[in-house]
Design a protein. Structure first.
Length: 289
């Protein structure tokens, strides 16, 4: 059995990892800043063991925390954006303290999971990991789809309307989304102990799809209602998306980052070492919406 410590549970990827990363052969312990708030937010059954511990403000919980026989740590990027200097400094502080906890447990192997939007801002993260002399791998992943992901939330809002207003550039944009639960299975199956050390590797979805096609896959799993489509310009698309569909600013901002940074990534680095079969998108959308 592999024993793993995870952090970044305030993010979508980290939050659901607390529910789905654990298996009979993968023992997961998670660090949460405020356990009572976390329990109110999470709507699924948590399977990881959770400890309340603030990686930004060391205190008694940090000093007393102990974990033994740790195989490696997984740190999910916690801040909204690494291109903001204040947020970057918070990220580096949390990562430094996470590595310290891992080393305290006799472990020197850390997997740092970032997003495509972080790709050009990872040098300070990598420099810190080098300074800390930790055996690290930085994983840069594509956007995920799954229950409560930003794409699913936006699709869910659009599905409630009879008429869909869209900007054709967005509707026809192609990308390679990742089935969320595949990410956790991939993390479990990769041979981290002896591979990808001091490397940056990429993880992207297996299938290319347009946003329009993915939306209608989502729609076929949640509603049989026929939709009327009306093409509009960029300005109207932005206005109608927020005002008519009750989509909050945070989701719209994150969706814009997906549009701007998503691209086809090269999985060949890890595929040479470990084969992996992704869940077909059509089947996954039906399974996790």
């Amino acid at each position: 059995m592999k024993k793993v410590l995870i952090s970044g549970l305030n993010t979508y990827l980290g939050r659901r990892a607390s529910c789905y990363l654990q298996t009979k052969d993968f023992d997961v312990t998670g660090l949460v800043r405020n356990l009572s708030i976390f329990n109110k937010i999470v709507k699924e059954k948590v399977t990881a063991k959770l400890f309340e511990l603030d990686l930004l403000r060391k205190g008694p919980a940090y000093d007393k925390f102990q974990i033994s026989d740790l195989n490696f740590g997984i740190y999910f990027t916690q801040v909204p954006s690494l291109d903001n200097d204040i947020q970057l400094q918070l990220e580096l502080l949390g990562l430094r303290n996470f590595v310290e906890i891992c080393k305290r447990a006799g472990n020197n192997r850390v997997i740092y999971v970032a997003r495509l939007m972080d790709e050009h801002f990872l040098e300070p993260v990598r420099n810190l990991l080098e300074v800390l002399r930790v055996q690290y791998t930085i994983v840069v992943k594509s956007s995920v789809i799954g229950k409560e992901s930003v794409l699913n939330r936006i699709f869910g809002k659009l599905a409630k309307r009879q008429t869909i207003f869209y900007w054709n550039w967005v509707a026809s944009l192609k990308f390679h989304p990742l089935p969320l639960l595949d990410v956790y299975r991939w993390l479990r199956e990769m041979p981290w102990e002896n591979n990808f050390i001091s490397e940056v590797i990429y993880l992207g979805g297996h299938e290319e799809v347009t946003f329009r096609n993915l939306f209608y896959q989502f729609l076929s799993s949640t509603s049989n209602t026929q939709k009327r489509e009306i093409g509009v310009n960029k300005f109207l698309a932005k206005l109608l998306l927020s005002r008519f569909n009750d989509i909050n600013k945070e989701d719209i901002d994150e969706f814009r980052r997906v549009l701007y940074y998503e691209k086809n990534v090269d999985n060949s680095t890890w595929q040479k070492v470990q084969p992996f079969e992704f869940t077909p998108l059509k089947a996954y959308v039906k399974m996790d919406t």
